[in-house]
Design a protein around this ligand. Structure first.
Ligand code: PMV
Length: 355
């Protein structure tokens, strides 16, 4: 019987606390600044991908959530698949003459997201990370996650960070080839297990301005972006890495919220302006600001940090001890759920249903 070459891998989304926004090379997806994220580690918000190689397949083919998705020649998907085949050829087939020549077979790929696609919930991040991880397994590659991140990056920039769990930096690099623009681990998940993320799905509609076209417009028109790249992000990357290593939630929260604010300010500084947050998003910010103010006035510290990507949904980072209170607060101020909040998910939390 013929051998079946097939592998399945899954990857979670990551939510940036220092935002990536802007490309210096649109083909290789090289960013204009470094970024840092937390990979969400529960079963919600994952992409699961199965890849199969067979000599009888006539073309590479992708099914996304059960529907055929076009693999455009020269597009990002085609690039990732071609790069993975190249790695197979160079690191396996060239070294072992008996290794099956899988790099010459076409692949069929089926990918599922267990959450709404393109709703500002980083589906492209988990999607491309799962694609690369499933092909790495199919091809028996023994390369590091950082090497795989070089390829996932060319699918969707933020995807490079989903190849690691825990706290992850995407170092922008300086080489025009892109070979030093990769993801590295800042700290593993176990380093700070108390850190939790609460996702408030304000809307699961498809987002209005894609990150690709939004970034391009910002790079072309925003003076604030240039200031951010040169004078803000480098210091923030260093300071938040230090805060993570020291498990310093006050500093982590201050920087996370400031960076979300600046990303949305940069979107507004774009011509024409881009609005990703809506009135519900802004009300959640007001709620978190007041919640922290009361805690600090009583001699405590920050209890929660909001952050928003290219969409209206809030991600609230908090320590586990405060998560229940925050969820109750959010629910009491937004009683219209689920019409306003399609869903409220406690991620990272071991007993989400107990909250
Ligand atoms: O990787 P993309 O093209 O989906 O861009 C992601 C951009 C943000 O989510 C807004 C920020 C980030 O660093 O993830």
């Amino acid at each position: 019987m013929a051998t079946i070459y097939q592998a399945t891998a899954s990857a979670p989304v990551n939510i940036a606390v220092i935002k990536y926004w802007g490309k210096r090379d649109t083909k290789l997806i090289l960013p204009t600044n470094s970024s840092l994220s937390v990979t969400l580690d529960q079963d919600h918000l994952r992409s699961t991908t199965t890849a199969r190689a067979d000599a009888s397949f006539e073309q590479d083919q992708l099914w996304l959530n059960g529907k055929v998705d076009e693999i455009k020649a020269g597009g990002r998907l085609a690039t990732c698949i071609a790069e993975m085949k190249r790695l197979r050829k160079e690191t396996v087939e060239a070294k072992d003459p008996n290794a099956p020549k899988l790099s010459s077979y076409k692949v069929h790929i089926a990918s599922y997201n267990n959450f709404p696609t393109a709703a500002g919930l980083a589906s492209s991040a988990s999607g491309f990370a799962a694609l690369v991880a499933s092909l790495a397994q199919l091809y028996n590659l023994t390369v590091s996650p950082s090497i795989l991140s070089l390829i996932a990056r060319q699918g969707s920039g933020s995807a490079c960070r989903s190849l690691f769990g825990g706290f992850v930096a995407w170092q922008m690099g300086s080489d025009p080839s892109g070979n030093d623009s990769l993801a590295v681990e800042v700290a593993p998940r176990e380093h700070w297990p108390q850190m939790q993320a609460l996702i408030c799905v304000v809307s699961d509609d498809k987002k209005g301005t894609s990150s690709t076209s939004g970034m391009q417009r910002t790079v072309e028109t925003s003076a604030l972006l240039q200031h951010r790249i040169k004078h803000v992000v480098p210091e923030r990357m260093a300071a938040i890495s230090k805060a993570i290593l020291a498990r310093d939630f006050d500093t982590f929260a201050t920087i996370t919220m400031a960076d979300s604010n600046q990303f949305h300010a940069v979107a507004l500084d774009t011509e024409p302006p881009i609005f990703y947050m809506n009135d519900v998003s802004r009300s959640i910010i007001a709620l978190i600001v007041e919640y922290n103010r009361v805690s600090i006035a009583a001699g405590g510290g920050y209890k929660a940090a909001y952050t928003y990507d290219a969409g209206p949904n809030a991600v609230i980072y908090a320590l586990e001890e405060n998560l229940k209170e925050i969820l109750q607060l959010v629910i009491s101020y937004f009683p219209q759920r689920p019409s306003e909040f399609k869903d409220v998910l406690g991620l990272f939390s071991k007993n989400t249903t107990d909250i």
